[in-house]
Design a protein around this ligand. Structure first.
Ligand code: PEP
Length: 248
């Protein structure tokens, strides 16, 4: 049985005090022994949230990580820095990074490797645009995004990572993939990994992301290859995020 994981992505939202209040409210809704819940916080609030959530089950993640180890890379945040601020996870390849900031398949793979070098678990985000879905290229897009990482890191590296399948057309749009549409792609991803390593395929958590809300989470999470969710908008409200976590 795979451990489930529900991860919030706050993106570029909220003030420092709002972030702290949100983290405190989420942590207050958790019991000792709860597992599989994390929030990806804006970099500048990570240390504050780390302090506030120490000794609680709420884990932390960065929303991206540099593709270099250290040095003259203005504006970038390294995996070692994330680690020092208490991050267990780092998103890599979120569609907003790919489409607005030019993160390529190759740079996403390099970020993935940098995170793992510091024992930060990369959460590899993959998914097709609406145009790609409508032109029936969903699976080839998934192959391309996944294989870029497998080619650079090797299949065994995936055992210490998480995949988030996020159809771009469902992110922040209120449109969710149907449970069957999501399961079909999750199953495909797991099969592609299984073709290279059954052990890794059985172990890896594959999260669904794209307009997951308290009222649709249960049905999505019930699908056999969906191990949890990456939650954007609904993670900004503690009660909604906790309800989603409790839907697993
Ligand atoms: C996301 O940005 O990863 C996401 C899934 O956002 P939302 O839940 O708002 O669609």
């Amino acid at each position: 049985m795979r451990q489930s994981l529900v991860m919030g992505n706050w993106k570029m939202n909220g003030s420092r005090s709002e972030g702290l209040a949100l983290a405190n409210a989420i942590a207050a809704g958790l019991k000792d022994g709860d597992k599989g819940i994390a929030v990806c916080v804006p970099y500048v609030y990570l240390s504050d949230v780390q302090g506030a959530t120490k000794n609680t089950p709420l884990a932390l993640g960065g929303q991206n990580v540099a593709d270099q180890e250290s040095g003259a890379y203005t504006g970038e945040i390294s995996a070692a820095m994330l680690k020092e601020c208490g991050c267990t996870y780092a998103l890599v390849g979120h569609s907003e990074r790919r489409s607005y900031y030019g993160d390529t398949d190759e740079s996403v793979a390099t970020r993935f490797c940098q995170a793992q070098k510091e024992s930060v678990i990369p959460v590899l985000c993959i998914g097709e645009t609406l145009e790609e879905r409508e032109s029936d290229t969903t699976f080839s897009v998934i192959d391309r995004q996944l294989n870029a990482v497998i080619d650079m890191a090797g299949i065994d590296a995936l055992a210490n990572s998480v995949i988030a399948y996020e159809p771009v057309w469902a992110i922040g749009t209120g449109k969710t993939a149907t449970d069957d549409q999501a399961q079909e792609v999750h199953q495909y991803i797991r099969q592609q990994i299984a073709a290279k390593s059954q052990v890794v395929a059985d172990k890896i958590q594959i999260l669904y992301g794209g307009s997951v809300k308290p009222d649709n989470a249960k049905a999505i999470f019930a699908m056999p290859d969906i191990d949890g969710g990456l939650i954007g908008g609904a993670s900004l409200d503690a009660a909604s995020f906790l309800t989603i976590y409790q839907s697993i």
